[in-house]
Ligand binder design. Structure first.
Ligand SMILES: [Zn+2]
Length: 69
């Protein structure tokens, strides 16, 4: 295990941040994840969040702001 490992991995499809031991995204069902993400967006009320709408987030949760290196 790497020393600088992030506490979460990001779903490549919906950007939800989930613990490493989770194998299927609880939000979209995808099994493709990336460790190359940065920034955390916490969405509490997607209906009222402009950022959530901008990012296409429809469920409350913790999301990666950016995917990729
Ligand atoms: Zn997902």
């Amino acid at each position: 295990m790497s020393r600088r490992r992030k506490p979460f991995k990001a779903c490549s499809k919906c950007r939800l941040l989930i613990p490493h031991e989770v194998e299927v995204c609880p939000s979209c069902g995808s099994a493709v994840f990336t460790e190359a993400w940065s920034g955390i967006v916490i969405v509490i009320d997607p209906e009222k969040s402009r950022l959530a709408k901008l990012m296409g987030i429809s469920k409350p949760g913790r999301y990666a702001l950016k995917l990729g290196m």
